[in-house]
Design a protein around this ligand. Structure first.
Ligand SMILES: *[C@@H]1O[C@H](CO)[C@@H](O)[C@H](O)[C@H]1NC(C)=O
Ligand SMILES: *[C@@H]1O[C@H](CO)[C@@H](O)[C@H](O)[C@H]1NC(C)=O
Ligand SMILES: *[C@@H]1O[C@H](CO)[C@@H](O)[C@H](O)[C@H]1NC(C)=O
Ligand SMILES: *[C@@H]1O[C@H](CO)[C@@H](O)[C@H](O)[C@H]1NC(C)=O
Length: 774
């Protein structure tokens, strides 16, 4: 078969299957929360960067944070409070050696903390890259102090040499399982268990082929197992596909697993895994010809349910910048487990001279099954540990660790596909909503330092909000959540940030609260507030599946705000959209208003330029938002605009003068003042009160000239900004829940850029907040 043809059959088949189904591509978050509205607790220490390793110690109320050359113990309730820290710096000698090997002394020859795990005795195990010479140590937190025990433990195979290389590790039963590179060049990948007997992967491209490790998780599969199965450790990674006979390198996503009880073989696979099996992991994204590449996973289990009900949530990005889509796929652990336990294997077949093709193996499979854990059947045959396994089984698995069948996500399609900044990390939190159902809420970190909060409601993807955690677009490099504190913790190169799982206060009306469809939040009819369900004893209004806002009590009517403009003046009527999904429309005297050059629609309001008499009237700003069930219209703001004629302007706004005559007037006043000052000074000089006043006077007159010129320029185009309506509870001016959604909170939140960029492009256009500026 032609290589390209085989490639297309290989990848397009599952694609074709998913194309017919409707696309989950619903990529607009209902609300965008800018940095200054998120109010995250932040941690950053001057001179320290790369805060990318985290360990939650809920038992000690700590967030342990690993950065470059330092580890911090932060208060889990408020990470801006540093409780302790310890430095772990490389010596000058280590730095020099690293530099001599050709590495960058300021970037690579430092100690990046990469591994932080809790041990059974409550100590912590820490590893760092240590100037391309990885090292591990034990760390304690006692009497409010973090202490490294200086028990230099070789970090080879546990921690990467190269701080830029991806790795994965977990601590299971006090044994460290690590997936990283064993050597300085980063060319010898390994999946290793460090103790008691160190077991690792065979160094063969059919086992690991230029892998990029992503994550690890353990699964208690011996629990209630009828076959007497063993517990497993799963590893997620991507690697260059061996099974694809294509010209170019093709990266595929994989899941591999080993049995915890594996001790290696007797002669074959000595001190190597006898249970290493891997399979391809698919996440079919609509427009993609090439498979998407796995970036992170989150294991979600319901504590009340069997492990078979556990799910892996995984995020994927395209290979080789082919698009800007990212996706989330979810996999049942039972589906993965079944492929390894019952699936067929792939086997290499030599074709032509130096070419190997991987095809399904259809010959006899030895007993015990290759790659299986020691189970009751093996025990019956007298095989009680992997050391007893026959060579035939071991040789088979040594040559054929790859399963034929790929693992498909739930419903054979992604839960979420989104265009925009690439996904980097994911966590999932379960919450019980007011309807009694439990929902899995995904929190997804992106390359640009934002976190998406998304829920899948019966196949419909809904992004509740996107929050910007860091002032600069810093990639989210680690993400954790604590169900004890109800907080999310994120790490980046710049620092760490903490936000609550729920921020219900961002909705200030019942309609906004219900349309947000946030399962954490509901509307309290009595207090007239959107609050967290977990904080309330009362029954709250919520409709997460439908977003049915008809269940809200009728909103009080909006009271209009009086505004006046002089003819020829400019004015902005504020109306921030409560949501990115809402459409804003304006009415004047109950007639739809058509935008024109003089009436410009802004993201957060209406701009009236060069007002004329016909611009007076009742302006109403309405927001129309679709939910799943219907369309909801709310009045966000109302203004009674009156036009003051040119003649009255002088009387009404004497200070608001502009243009020719007013500038001339100002000039006259300034000139008069200067003259008066000069006379005063001259008199003083004449009287001999001041010895040499020349410099002083000159400076003064220059200054007044400058400021006067500035003002002249600025008064070219100015407009008054109508006061923004404020929430009902703050001011009686605008009452009712409808209008209260229109506060500064949501206003600023409508778009990240809303505050910074206006869509009007007028030269030297300027807001005048304070009339004294005019
Ligand atoms: C460490 O942080 C700096 C920015 O402070 C970044 O440029 C660099 O790539 C980071 N290094 C690693 C290994 O992530
Ligand atoms: C928090 O999560 C852990 C597992 O991550 C679970 O064992 C524990 O019961 C949870 N606690 C609460 C209060 O939900
Ligand atoms: C929305 O809620 C109202 C009031 O409870 C109800 O009458 C209506 O049937 C609901 N609509 C849908 C589509 O569920
Ligand atoms: C303002 O409008 C008047 C007519 O209503 C027009 O004569 C004048 O040129 C306009 N001014 C500007 C700056 O557009």
């Amino acid at each position: 078969m032609h290589p390209l043809l085989s490639l297309s059959v290989f990848w397009l088949l599952p694609l074709a299957l998913t194309l017919e189904e409707d696309s989950p591509l619903n990529s607009v978050p209902r609300r965008s929360v800018p940095y200054n509205m998120v109010n995250a607790h932040q941690f950053h220490e001057k001179g320290v960067s790369n805060y990318s390793t985290m360990l939650l110690r809920e038992d000690l109320d700590l967030l342990v944070l690993g950065a470059r050359e330092a580890v911090y113990a932060l208060d889990l309730k408020d990470i801006s409070k540093k409780l302790a820290s310890v430095k772990w710096e490389v010596t000058q000698q280590q730095k020099d050696e690293c530099k001599n090997k050709g590495k960058d002394p300021e970037m690579e020859c430092l100690n990046y903390i990469r591994i932080l795990h809790k041990m059974e005795d409550d100590r912590m195990y820490v590893c760092g890259t240590n100037a391309f010479d990885p090292e591990c140590d034990y760390m304690t937190y006692t009497d409010g102090k973090l202490t490294l025990q200086k028990k230099q433990d070789d970090g080879k195979g546990k921690c990467p040499f190269d701080p830029f290389q991806r790795y994965a590790s977990i601590m299971a039963d006090n044994n460290l399982y690590s997936a990283t590179s064993m050597n300085f060049l980063g060319s010898e990948p390994v999946l290793m268990r460090s103790s008691p007997v160190s077991i690792r992967t065979e160094f063969k491209s059919s086992w690991l082929n230029e892998p990029s490790f992503v994550s690890m998780a353990q699964m208690p599969e011996s629990d209630k197992s009828e076959e007497g199965d063993d517990d497993k450790v799963y590893l997620f990674f991507s690697e260059t596909a061996v099974e694809c006979d294509c010209y170019n390198k093709l990266v595929v996503s994989r899941v591999a697993r080993v049995c915890k009880g594996d001790l290696g073989g007797q002669r074959t696979l000595q001190k190597k895994w006898t249970s290493f099996l891997k399979a391809r992991l698919d996440c079919p994204v609509l427009d993609s010809q090439l498979p998407y590449v796995i970036q992170d996973t989150y294991l979600w289990c319901d504590p009340q349910q069997h492990w078979k009900e556990c799910l892996f949530y995984a995020i994927f990005t395209p290979q080789a910048d082919t698009s800007d889509l990212s996706a989330v796929c979810a996999y049942r652990v039972s589906d993965i487990s079944r492929v390894f336990a019952e699936g067929k294997y792939k086997t290499p077949v030599p074709v032509e001279t130096s070419f190997v093709k991987w095809v399904m193996y259809s010959g006899d499979v030895p007993v015990p099954r290759p790659g299986a854990c020691i189970n009751n059947e093996a025990r019956k045959a007298g095989i009680t540990q992997t050391l007893d396994l026959p060579d035939r089984t071991l040789q088979f698995i040594k040559d054929k660790p790859l399963m034929d069948q790929a693992i498909q996500p739930i419903d054979n399609k992604p839960l979420l596909v989104r265009r925009g900044s690439a996904f980097t990390r994911i966590i999932v939190n379960e919450v019980q909503a007011a309807d009694g159902n439990k929902y899995n809420v995904m929190f997804i970190g992106t390359e640009e330092g934002t976190i998406l909060k998304a829920v899948n409601y019966d196949g419909e993807m809904f992004i509740i909000e996107e929050m910007r955690l860091f002032q600069l677009p810093e990639e989210i490099k680690s993400l954790k959540s604590s169900n004890v504190t109800g907080q999310i913790y994120a790490g980046s190169d710049y620092g760490a940030a903490q936000i609550p799982l729920a921020s219900c206060h961002r909705s200030s009306s019942c309609m906004d609260c219900v349309l947000a469809r946030d399962p954490y939040c509901g509307w309290d009819k009595v207090d007239k507030k959107c609050i967290a369900i977990s904080d309330s004893q009362r029954e709250l209004i919520q409709s997460v599946k439908e977003g049915n806002a008809s269940i809200c009590p009728a909103a009080d009517p909006v009271k209009p705000i009086d505004q006046s403009i002089w003819t020829g003046g400019n004015m902005k009527l504020s109306c921030p959209a409560p949501s990115n999904l809402a459409k804003i429309t304006w009415e004047r005297d109950n007639q739809p208003l058509n935008p024109s050059a003089r009436l410009q629609l802004l993201q957060d309001g209406l701009l009236i330029l060069n007002a004329s008499d016909s611009d007076g009237g009742r302006y109403r700003c309405k927001s129309v938002e679709h939910s799943k069930t219907e369309e909801y219209t709310t009045t966000v703001a109302e203004y009674q605009v009156s036009i003051t004629s040119d003649k009255d302007r002088q009387i009404l706004f004497p200070e608001a003068q502009k243009d020719g005559p007013s500038v001339a007037g100002l000039q006259a006043v300034v000139a008069l003042l200067v003259v008066a000052l000069l006379i005063l000074l001259a008199w003083n000089f004449y009287k001999g009160h001041i010895p040499l006043p020349w410099n002083c006077v000159k400076k003064n007159s220059e200054q007044s000239q400058e400021s006067h010129e500035e003002r002249g320029l600025n008064s070219n185009v100015t407009y008054q900004e109508a006061p923004r309506p404020v929430p009902a509870e703050d001011k009686p001016l605008v009452s009712g829940r409808d209008s209260s959604s229109n506060n500064n909170h949501t206003g600023g939140a409508a778009e990240f850029s809303a505050a910074g960029e206006e869509t009007v492009n007028l030269p030297s256009l300027q807001y005048i907040d304070d009339e004294s500026e005019i």
